[in-house]
Design a protein around this ligand. Structure first.
Ligand code: CAA
Length: 257
């Protein structure tokens, strides 16, 4: 697929998707989402890629769903056309995805970032769910994911007022994992992704799957799920290699087996 709205690269074992609609502050239209899903599917099935980064420009990660594309939509056409169905596909990826966020991260842009596994933000990042100002509410998981990140009180504040939150507040609130200087954003994300990709791929994927369980199930069920997968790791060659390498004081050579 030839991409018009994103730039796709690989850096060693890291896949990099750069949202690239500068004329619209990377507003997410259907074409961009289709391209992003295609690129992510490519990285998912590429055994040489262990982690993916999604980033935007310095000015905008993404300023939300494309309002110009949405403005004239009707209910029936949206329903029949399964509007937004493809948008949440990223939450089904099994390999980790990092959102490297600079500038505006609004509406569907924030919903996209929250579907990633780690958000690394630059000091210039601004987060909001401003859908209320447009006469709608978030529709790609924002009302459900934001309270899970930052709690109900702050989520209500953001969703009902539409106000922007800066990077410091986002870090304090638990939305973002790290805040870095704008010029260091991509390097920091690439370094984190390269580290993740250097580990055993199946083990990383199982760890991601298990942490995600914590969002969906009771503590007891989650802990049982964790125990099952933890024990299953002793059936992998990578567990043997990781522990042997530790004891021999050498670097492990994980083979994803
Ligand atoms: N959709 C379509 N175009 C957008 C856009 C969006 N979400 N955000 C920005 N743009 C376009 C602007 O229309 C403008 O294009 P023109 O030059 O052709 O007029 C261009 O990007 C630059 O934007 P501004 O001139 O507005 O830039 P600014 O620096 O003055 O303001 C901003 C930046 C505060 C982000 C402002 O653009 C803005 O408020 N954007 C809309 C944000 C928003 O409401 N997002 C939520 C969308 S709804 C949603 O996401 C639904 C969902 O849950 C799935």
């Amino acid at each position: 697929m030839a991409y018009q709205n994103i730039i796709v690269e690989t850096h060693g074992k890291v896949g990099l998707v750069t949202l690239n609609r500068p004329q619209a502050l990377n507003a997410l239209n259907e074409a961009l989402i289709t391209e992003m899903n295609d690129a992510l599917a490519g990285f998912e099935s590429n055994p040489d890629v262990g982690c993916t980064i999604i980033t935007g420009s310095e000015k905008a990660f993404a300023a939300g769903a494309d309002v110009k594309e949405m403005a004239e939509k009707t209910y029936v056409a949206s329903y029949l056309g399964k509007f937004l169905d493809g948008w949440t596909r990223i939450s089904e990826t099994r390999k980790p995805v990092i959102a490297a966020v600079s500038g505006f991260c609004l509406g569907g842009g924030l919903e996209l970032a929250m579907m990633c596994d780690i958000i690394i933000a630059s000091e210039t990042a601004r987060f909001a769910l401003p859908e209320i100002t447009l006469g709608i509410m978030p529709g790609a998981g924002g009302t459900q994911r934001l309270p899970r990140f930052i709690g109900k009180a702050k989520a209500m504040d953001l969703i009902l007022t539409g106000r922007m939150m800066d990077a410091a507040e986002a870090e304090r609130s638990g939305l973002v994992a790290r805040v870095v200087a704008p010029e260091k954003l991509l390097d920091e994300a690439l370094a984190a992704a390269a580290k993740i990709a250097s580990y055993s791929q199946p083990i990383v994927m199982m760890a991601k799957e298990t942490v995600n369980r914590a969002q969906e199930t009771s503590l007891a069920e989650g802990a049982r799920f964790e125990r099952r997968l933890f024990l299953s790791m002793f059936a992998t060659e990578d567990q043997k290699e990781g522990m042997k390498a530790f004891i021999a004081k050498r670097k492990p050579d994980f083979r994803n087996r």
